[in-house]
Structures are given as structure tokens and as C-alpha cells.
Design a protein around this ligand. Structure first.
Ligand code: ZN
Length: 104
């Protein structure tokens, strides 16, 4: 029986309180390879969000700002940092999925 269980197992805790029992990735301090990859993707997604928000945070958004933000968004989707459905929502109204309200 191992006396050093906490150091050789993933320390990820699921929403229901269970712990991941997968062995820890050798070059990661506390997560298995699956959860280390998920954590890296989440951090990259947050970084992409900060980059996109930077271009859109001014009181005036120029065409260049919008183009830069969309370029960063497309790159983030291509790299798997942002889900395509999220990008579709962020990129504006789509007549097929999100029609603009009709004037009454
Ligand atoms: Zn894990």
C-alpha cells in the first residue's frame, strides 16, 4: 500500500466531490495528463478572451479593432481554445440561427 498517494495521483475534484484516481502526469505538479490538458485549454481560452476584450474595450471600436478581435477569435477557435458555438455567438447575429428582431 502506497503511503504517498496524494503525491502520485491527480488532485482534480469533480463537482460531486469525487477525486480523479488517474496517476499524476510526471511533469505536472498535481494533475493527470487529461486534466492538465483541460486546464491548459481553459487557461488559453481565458487568455484569448482577454486579448479579444482588449480590442473591444475602448469607447470607440474602429474597423481595425474589430478586425483584430475577430482574427484573434478565429485563431482561438482553430486552436481549440474557444468552442465554435461560442465564437458564432460572439461574432454577431446569424440570420439562420439568431435572426434580428423584426420592427413592429
Ligand atoms: Zn485527473
Amino acid at each position: 500500500m502506497s503511503t504517498n498517494r496524494s503525491n502520485d495521483r491527480c488532485s482534480f475534484t469533480f463537482a460531486d466531490g469525487r477525486h480523479c484516481r488517474t496517476p499524476r502526469q510526471t511533469d505536472h505538479p498535481y494533475l493527470c495528463s487529461f486534466h492538465a490538458r483541460k486546464e491548459a485549454q481553459a487557461l488559453a481560452g481565458q487568455e484569448a478572451g482577454k486579448d479579444i476584450a482588449y480590442h473591444l474595450s475602448g469607447s470607440y471600436v474602429s474597423a481595425c479593432d474589430l478586425s483584430s478581435a475577430l482574427g484573434r477569435l478565429f485563431a482561438a477557435v482553430a486552436q481549440g481554445q474557444v468552442k465554435p458555438k461560442t465564437a458564432s455567438t460572439l461574432s454577431g447575429p446569424n440570420p439562420r440561427t439568431n435572426p434580428a428582431p423584426s420592427p413592429k
